[in-house]
Design a protein around this ligand. Structure first.
Ligand code: ADP
Ligand code: MG
Length: 636
């Protein structure tokens, strides 16, 4: 019998399948099972739309069998089946452009690993087989046909015997070689795992013969007269897949606890999620989604290892384990599942064509997640606080990213520690409780809340009855800089130059004092050299003698941040402009004045000490500790 040749494209694809190193070989089973399921769908549809089709829904099934002697895995279905012409038309060519995309990607050297998650259809059987036999009888036909191919050199079709309609796909598993252990696909448990992993929610039952064991009576008796028992195993016809996924069931029939338990099991989290979000969308794009907001961050959440994404299903078949495109980065902590019948298995093609669909789902989910978090914030603050402790920084990164593109979405979800109330508050809560006359949102950056509270600059702001938010995370200050303001209220760094607290009159008075102290301030600046950029009389200190503030765009916290970046030393150092502020009403200033008149050496030592004190209070290092302590002893 003459061999028929595959269409040119298909031949190349088969070559690639057989010869390329391909890391996702295991998807072959999912592909063959999904074809079986499609074939049953077709017959089922026929049976309900046409009369005289005496098949009943309960009889439909898919069987996966292993024959170790023959070295084959067989997937059988009692679906619509194929005629000889069907075989020629469907198995002899690349049936869909998904496979074509696959081929293009390999040729262009794209990451096969990622492509490996997509469907490649019937040909994927050749990833693990050196020969594939398809025996099929179309529903309503008398003759069955056998299609055989050993790969790229073509295929044959001949008549064969088959009792009933449906299809058997018999895969002759390859011999192991140095790169691959194909024999694992002849192992029942491996196959069972693969079915659970990829085909758990296929809506027809997938049967396997599984070894079950039990203690059974042997017929003999023990010495004490009791019946003798032995461990015996026997094959048992078992349905391996669970068929109806929890997210497909209607909301009323699934309790919150069901969802939470499902989450814990599916995503291996020992903590319950703080929220379950269920979506059932119908319209331009239909999909069902079940999303979870975890309570605690996985240990690797803030590292590169963490892989975000939602599981993507199409009618019960898993297409992708972690689909990043479904989730905006700011919500990358969300876990869950999206199931859309509108996406075909061959999403590599669909991705390009229907990218619009994915992005519609994404923006839809984005809104749902935001609404849910907002609900939590208002209705269950304690839980939200806990959530925010874990994932607040991620949301703040979301604001900083893309120059604030997501600011409006996220700005009401972030919180900062309030110095006045000693608990985390939102920016809205801050602004809503601002007393009359307060124009700005004050913030203090420091390593910790305790450190922030000790900053000398806080006194005057707090005295006015204004709250200060503490920025303790690296991302905090960048977040505020990206936002620029909140509802038109600007952010103001209490370490910065001008806090805008003075009235016009007070300002005039301060200017006059500054003028008066001109010489002594110049002296201090000269004594300190370029360790400070300027020396001024302070307009914000009350009980403290000195403080350090920064002028210009770079703050002290940013300076520290850039200093910590690896390679930061080689970069042009980003430095804050340092201003030493001295409190003119403090006795220390009086002493300095006296020394300045009488003993310049002493005044110099005092200047040094003032700078060191200011540095220490700002949480900055003092480089010359020895000099510092010598200066102190000069005053004895
Ligand atoms: P797709 O499933 O995307 O159409 P495949 O390469 O997986 O592409 O399958 C090619 C075609 O072969 C199917 O469309 C179908 O017509 C036919 N086919 C494959 N397996 C079966 C089966 N078990 N029963 C009936 N037809 C099948
Ligand atoms: Mg298919």
């Amino acid at each position: 019998m003459a061999k028929k040749q595959f269409k040119a494209e298909s031949k190349q694809l088969l070559d690639l399948m057989i010869n390329s190193i391909y890391t996702h070989r295991e998807i072959f089973l999912r592909e063959i099972i999904s074809n079986a399921s499609d074939a049953i769908d077709k017959l089922h549809y026929k049976s309900i739309t046409e009369s005289d089709i005496p098949v009943s829904r309960e009889d439909f099934r898919i069987d996966v069998k292993v024959d170790n002697e023959a070295g084959t895995v067989t997937v059988s279905d009692n679906g619509i089946g194929m005629t000889r012409e069907d075989m020629d038309a469907n198995l002899g060519v690349i049936a869909h452009s998904g496979s074509l995309d696959f081929k293009k990607n390999i040729e262009e050297g794209k990451d096969v690993d990622i492509i490996g998650q997509f469907g490649v259809g019937f040909y994927s059987s050749f990833l693990v087989s050196d020969k594939v036999t398809v025996r099929s009888k179309a529903y309503g036909q008398d003759q069955a046909w056998e299609w055989v191919s050993s790969g790229a050199d073509g295929y044959t079709v001949k008549e064969c015997e088959k009792d009933s309609y449906g299809t058997d796909v018999i895969m002759h598993i390859r011999e192991d070689d140095e790169n691959e252990s194909y024999s694992t696909y002849l192992d029942t448990y491996t196959l069972e795992d693969l079915i659970k992993k990829y085909s758990d929610y296929v809506r027809w039952p997938i049967h396997m013969m599984l070894e079950k064991g039990a203690m059974e009576e042997t017929g003999e008796t023990n010495e004490d007269g009791t019946p003798k028992k032995e461990w015996k195993t026997h094959g048992e016809d078992t349905v391996v897949n669970s068929m109806v996924p929890i997210w497909q069931r209607d909301k009323a029939s699934v309790t919150d606890d069901d969802c939470k338990n499902f989450y814990k099991e599916k995503f291996h989290d020992y903590e319950e999620p703080v929220s379950v979000i269920r979506v059932n969308a119908e319209g331009t794009v239909s999909y069902k989604a079940m999303l979870f907001v975890p309570k605690v961050a996985p240990y690797n959440f803030y590292s590169r290892d963490f892989e975000p994404g939602l599981q993507l299903y199409s009618s019960g078949v898993m297409i992708m384990d972690k689909c990043k495109d479904l989730l905006p980065d700011c919500f990358r902590f969300v876990r869950g599942i999206v199931d859309s019948p509108d996406l075909s298995l061959n999403i590599s093609r669909e991705m390009l064509q229907h990218d619009r669909q994915l992005s519609m789902i994404r923006s839809n989910l984005e809104k749902k997640i935001k609404n849910e978090l907002e609900r939590l914030l208002t209705e269950d603050r304690e839980t939200y606080n806990e959530f925010h402790k874990n994932f607040g920084p991620q949301i703040k990164y979301g604001i900083v990213e893309d120059w604030g593109a997501k600011s409006d979405l996220l700005k009401d979800l972030i919180m900062f520690h309030s110095m006045k109330l000693d608990k985390p508050i939102t920016l809205k809560e801050y602004v809503d409780s601002m007393p009359e006359g307060q124009e700005k949102i004050y913030y203090a950056s420091a390593e910790s809340i305790a450190r922030a509270k000790q900053l000398p600059q806080t006194e005057q702001v707090m005295d006015k009855g204004y709250d200060i938010i503490c920025l303790t995370e690296e991302v905090d200050e960048f977040t505020l800089r990206t936002l620029r303001n909140y509802n038109e209220k600007e952010f103001c760094d209490i370490n910065g130059k001008d806090l805008g607290l003075e009235t016009e009159d007070e300002k005039k008075e301060s200017d006059a004092k500054e003028e008066e102290a001109k010489d002594i301030l110049a002296f201090v600046k000269e004594s300190l050299g370029d360790r400070v950029d300027s020396v001024k009389l302070s307009r914000k200190l009350k009980t403290h003698a000195v403080c350090l503030s920064s002028e210009g765009d770079v703050s002290f916290e940013m300076e520290k941040y850039f200093a910590n970046i690896p390679g930061g030393n080689e970069m042009e150092r980003v430095k804050a402009k340092r201003v030493l502020e001295i409190n003119a009403s403090h006795p220390a200033f009086e002493s300095l004045k006296k020394a300045y008149e009488a003993d310049k050496d002493k005044a110099k030592a005092m200047s040094e000490i003032m700078l060191c004190q200011a540095l220490l209070m700002a949480g900055m290092p003092v480089d010359d500790m020895l000099g510092y302590s010598e200066n102190i002893f000069k005053l004895f």
